[in-house]
Design a protein around this ligand. Structure first.
Ligand SMILES: Nc1ncnc2c1ncn2[C@@H]1O[C@H](COP(=O)(O)OP(=O)(O)OP(=O)(O)O)[C@@H](O)[C@H]1O
Ligand SMILES: [Mg+2]
Length: 271
């Protein structure tokens, strides 16, 4: 081993790297994973059937899933295994046929439509594969939309918050653009800012990188990781192992039940 310390400049910072005391390789430097908090999602024995005329199609067949605050969960599984069905129930966009679903201490499986939409806007932000932006509105107006739907009066304060969110996801130069004037990755950033407008505890993302190329997917995953580091709980559906590798935990569905549930000790964005 050379005794002289190596010196250089990286991203504008001068560094001196001293030789290690032994020949053993230095341990990798990792961002420590934040500790997990209380249970935010608790699903027990969840069933969901769809009805097509006289035919009953069973899709979820007894799903058990607990998600704690601060987790970053990738939900994987073959096409048709029920991932989106489960996400729609977690997101209070649909109700289970039977079983229980507690979001924090609230029993959402038995709520009325009004209660569900109240819970949805207080606790949850949803990010879709197809962005689901309104084409006639600007970036900032799209971010404001959930507030409009909730009947919140838009004022300077809400406007400033939406601008700040758009800036946070890297759209400072695009505030007045409309969706068709944005790239796919930029559109998904608008959707992320929109999902954050109520400061939800949980972000649900159904294939958020499904329409994006790999470089843009990495940027979106970096953004989601930053949000997870800041304390957001994330449940994300993906088909891609490379994308799932960013999550702290990988849950696989098969034929409507949880097939496996594995902790990732070193998610990509924390390395
Ligand atoms: N509204 C509906 N009515 C009837 N059947 C439905 C409905 N929505 C979904 N299904 C059926 O439920 C099953 C699960 O669908 P789901 O969309 O949850 O799968 P998925 O795991 O998200 O698949 P993919 O990876 O292709 O997105 C499929 O067989 C689908 O045909
Ligand atoms: Mg799906």
């Amino acid at each position: 081993m050379g005794a002289r310390p190596a010196e250089g400049t990286l991203k504008g910072c001068h560094y001196i790297m001293h030789a290690p005391a032994t020949d053993a390789p230095p341990p990798p430097i990792r961002t420590p994973l934040p500790p997990l908090g209380d249970t935010v999602v608790e699903v027990r024995d969840l069933f969901k059937d769809y009805h097509m005329g006289d035919v009953t199609v069973p899709v979820l067949k007894g799903v058990d899933l607990t998600v704690r605050e601060g987790e970053f969960v990738a939900l994987m599984g073959p096409s048709g295994s029920g991932k989106s069905t489960l996400m729609n129930i977690l997101g209070c966009l649909d109700r289970p046929t039977s079983g229980s679903y507690f979001l924090t201490d609230r029993d959402v499986a038995r709520m009325s439509d009004d209660q569900l939409s109240e819970v949805r806007s207080s606790y949850l932000g949803f990010i879709f594969q197809a962005y689901n932006l309104l084409p006639q509105y600007t970036v900032v107006e799209n971010v404001e939309l959930p507030l409009v739907y909730q009947g919140i009066k838009l004022d300077e304060r809400t406007h400033a918050r939406c601008i700040a969110l758009a800036e946070m996801v890297g759209l400072a130069e695009r505030l007045d653009h409309r969706p068709l004037q944005l790239s796919g990755g930029q559109q998904q950033r608008v959707a992320i800012a929109r999902a954050l407008v109520n400061d939800p505890q949980v972000l649900l993302a159904d294939e958020p990188t499904g329409n994006l190329d790999s470089r843009t997917s990495v940027e979106i995953m970096q953004t989601l990781t930053e949000l997870n580091k800041a304390g957001k709980t994330i449940v994300m559906v993906t088909h891609e192992p490379d994308i799932a590798d960013w999550a702290r935990r990988v849950v696989r569905l098969r034929d409507g039940v949880v097939e496996s549930d594995i902790t990732n000790p070193s998610p990509f964005g924390y390395r």
